[in-house]
Design a protein around this ligand. Structure first.
Ligand code: IDP
Ligand code: MG
Length: 132
């Protein structure tokens, strides 16, 4: 069993897609073991996306991620990190396959509805960062 960390981003909350996305996670036989709705502070987003800080649109990403409530989840299941990432689809909605969350619902590279951890080390670090 693995644990992964998921953020349903502000656009997912604004568009009423919380239930849709959580239903997909549950249908895949993954358990939600922790869940919290909160509005993120700028500092935590800057730390979370530190790998993007040299990109020209970094400020826009931080603005987007802090503009309203998000849902933080810990998801547990067999191969959860890779499977939830596969379920999210490619970062760019135009490359995300239909059947994935981003492929089915996103029309923006930035506002792509969901964050998912990309490796065991990042999952562990992100769970600590967001849930303590
Ligand atoms: P990921 O979310 O698929 O892991 P990352 O490359 O880690 O993708 O980027 C983190 C987030 O930053 C993306 O999900 C997206 O919201 C935003 N982002 C990444 N690249 C771009 C871009 O080229 N334009 C606008 N936003 C971007
Ligand atoms: Mg990433």
């Amino acid at each position: 069993m693995e644990q992964t960390f998921v953020i349903l981003k502000p656009d997912a909350v604004e568009r009423g897609l919380i239930g849709e996305i959580i239903a997909r996670i549950e249908r895949k036989n993954m358990q939600i073991t922790r869940m919290e709705m909160t509005t993120l502070e700028k500092e935590v987003v800057e730390e979370h996306y530190a790998h993007l800080k040299d990109l020209p649109f970094f400020g826009k990403i931080v603005e987007f991620m802090t503009r309203g409530p998000v849902v933080l989840l810990i998801v547990q299941g067999e191969a959860a990190i890779g499977e939830i990432r596969r379920m999210a689809g490619a970062t760019n909605f135009e490359e995300a396959d239909f059947g994935t969350i981003r492929g089915d619902f996103a029309t923006s590279v930035q506002e792509n509805l969901i964050h998912t951890s990309d490796a065991p080390e990042t999952a562990e670090g992100e769970i600590k960062r967001f849930f303590g």
